[in-house]
Design a protein around this ligand. Sequence first.
Ligand SMILES: Cc1ncc(C[n+]2csc(CCOP(=O)(O)OP(=O)(O)O)c2C)c(N)n1
Length: 627
Amino acid sequence: MLENINSPKDIKGLSISDLKILASDMRKKIVEVTSKNGGHVAPSLGTIELILALHYVFDTPEDKIIWDVGHQAYGHKLITGRRDVFYTLRKFGGISGFISPKESIYDVFGVGHASTSIAAAMGIAAARDLNHDKYKVIAVIGDGAMTGGVALEGLNNLGQNKKDVLIILNDNKMSIDENVGGLKDYLIRLQTTGLYNRLKNDAWDLLGKLPVGLDMKAKNAAHKLSEGLKNLLVPTILFEEMGIRYYGPTDGHDLREIISILRKLKYIKGPNLLHLITEKGKGYKPAESNPTLFHGLGPYKIETGEPIKKPAPPKYSYVYSKTLTDFASEDADIVAITSAMPEGTRLDYFKEHIPERFFDVGIAEQCAVTFAAGLAKGGKKPFATIYSTFLQRAYDQIIHDVCIQNLPVRFGIDRGGLVGDDGPTHHGVFDLSYLRIIPNMVVMAPKDERELQRMVSTMVDYSSGPIAVRYPRGSGIGIDLSTHPGPLKIGKAEILKEGEDVYLLAIGTLVHPSLKASKILEKQGVSAGVINARFVKPLDKELICDAISSVKHIITLEDNVIAGGFGSAVLEMLNECKISKDVLRIGIPDRFIEHGTQNELYNMLDMNADKISRNIFNLLSNARKNN
Ligand SMILES: Cc1ncc(C[n+]2csc(CCOP(=O)(O)OP(=O)(O)O)c2C)c(N)n1
């Protein structure tokens, strides 16, 4: 069936039983491709009926579907002209794992971070009205994404401005891990009573049956009475209190039912919310039974769902969490905070050992940072552990709530650098720039997992103000971690190799490639020194200036944007010290980097040892020629 679907127009005439066959084909295709490429399997398996019903009832792309996060829309890709390239999902040069307007006119609003759909849909609806257009705008948001501040801000406004937006709440009771917070409990209460809509329908039927001659006043009185009775029996409908009409809860896998409701909702103007109950991983047993693992994973065996993993050293996230947990078991002041990523950050390890000092605030990075500031104020040692890309959400909180008050909040910034197949919305390549410009902040990046341990230890000891360590996605380089090394002196770099022709000043994951590049250069007759800066802020002025005094060229290397990053900090320092050198800054250029494996991307950007050494060799040869 899927082979015949080239655009949503091709599903319009299908019967419900044909749509069911199509749903099954789509699930098979998703499992087939993600078992090889990895991806967001469980979220996408849970939305198949919803996707079919939306494209069946609405006239896309004229009507606009606005996805939240955009990780649950593989089915949407399959029926909007991308079936034949679906095998390239998340591959270098292939289609994105998220919603990407560059890729298709059916992908209306670019996304990868959570909770944006309601505000974006409201904006599109406002533009539609100003342009006197007539299309429908539909926001699809999960119960996890609904815990984010931006989503709640969107709801708060939509209820007031009454724009014609249909919100589909895709409620599977899960964020990546189990969803958290009062809203989650509330949604469960709505589900378990299940009464609301029945009562509402009864009330509507009743109104329909009232004598035709009855005047509006009497009808309104009857309506109010029925509403009052209903509110006695079921929880107050939060959304309705905010001015958004609520429909549901409805089985999100019952195609006939969703199509029938959407057909009605298509003609009901104003802000409406349809609450669908779905199952994450629907239709593929391993994903149904382990939705957290199958939220997003690498390749796996289709028959068993077992991830295909090559033996590898422990991941940075694990080393961070394990080290932190070890310290926390001796130091009762240490507290760990995540914003909906216990599994991703591996703080689940901390939670398992010290549950009373573990906090998951949901998809609420701003709350996580200000909460950490409060904990610091109360004398605790909070470790706000957040992916680099998601910490962008909390920039004002870092400045306003933490740094101005100089509070000793510890930031464990996971997924620094290029993250690979999740692409531009997820690369953590701005943090060194955005953190180092804030007064009071200390910023570190480890060269390997051993140094990460030392940096965690440094953060435990450091109480003079905010301090951050940012570390990459993936495995360390395989160092023995059986003993705990001590902390670092704040602002202390290390010379790994002396050089006479050129110095490579590197930070974080670029340190080891720099060492390798210097070895290649040595074979070519170039003496290249290597410094591991460790700190982007404060820089080790003394060590760096002393080391580089005899060379003409220095190269800075970082897995962060060149603009404003570590290399820029070095340039500023040289300028302040009135030292003049030829400086080449290697890092992420001024453009958004697509998806691919980390190796493919660093290779594309000339940021591996071979290419670094080749470029330095050419630079020095050209400089010699020009002299
Ligand atoms: C701002 C932000 N923080 C964290 C994430 C990581 N993240 C991606 S999906 C997800 C869970 C979303 O849950 P829900 O909206 O219920 O969708 P589901 O996967 O359950 O369908 C999280 C936390 C993100 N994408 N954006």
